[in-house]
Design a protein around this ligand. Structure first.
Ligand code: MN3
Length: 204
């Protein structure tokens, strides 16, 4: 059985950038629903219940066809949101340092250019989805976006930063203004965690 882990901080920790109510509903309702529906799908294939969600998503073709859609959507939702909670933190934001900062400068020209490319990936995702900073198989940094709850792991890419651009992640505070949400969101990015993901991806 997959289960919903508590947030690594309090619901109001990301105020004023991400509001308490949004965090309560996003974690307690939306993320919980992905977990519940993933578990419900796996009831049909008990042998898959002990597999990590990363394992299922990194090879969707190995997932039986009758549950492949639900595993992709709800497994993706579970994995993406767990990742998302941990790349945010209280009193965070600012700019990265260390190896990931150097890699961003070399891939995008500067931190500001990276921020622009990443923000545009979020703004230009039509409908619901995610923007990502990923490490490719040949260890290059790229910005990409996915629809719905698709995860870069299903394309063989390792996410080191990602932002949820589903309306449920910003509508209470920012209404329809995804741009204002993304602008605020930079203030909660936990660059220490991003650096951790980056170093792990390089060793992988
Ligand atoms: Mn969400």
């Amino acid at each position: 059985m997959h289960k919903l882990e508590p947030l690594p901080y309090s619901f109001d920790a990301l105020e004023p950038h991400i509001d308490t109510k949004t965090m309560e509903i996003h974690h307690g309702k939306h993320h919980q629903t992905y977990v519940d529906k993933l578990n419900a799908a796996l009831e049909k294939h008990p042998a898959l219940q002990s597999k990590k969600v990363e394992e299922l998503l990194s090879n969707l073709n190995a997932v039986p066809e009758d549950i492949r859609g639900p595993v992709r959507n709800h497994g993706g939702g579970h994995m993406n949101h767990t990742f998302f909670w941990h790349i945010m933190a209280k009193n965070a934001g600012g700019a990265p340092s260390g190896k990931v900062a150097e890699a961003i400068d070399s891939a995008f020209g500067s931190f500001d250019k990276f921020k622009e490319a990443f923000t545009n990936a979020g703004l230009n995702r039509f409908g619901s989805g995610w923007a990502w900073l990923i490490v490719t198989k040949d260890k290059k940094l790229e910005v990409m976006s996915t629809a719905n709850q698709d995860s870069p792991i299903s394309e063989g890419k390792t996410a080191i930063l990602g932002v949820d651009v589903w309306e449920h992640s910003y509508y209470i505070k920012h209404t329809s203004n995804r741009g204002a949400y993304l602008k605020d969101w930079w203030n909660v990015v936990n660059w220490h965690k991003v650096e951790e993901h980056f170093e792990k991806a390089l060793k992988h």
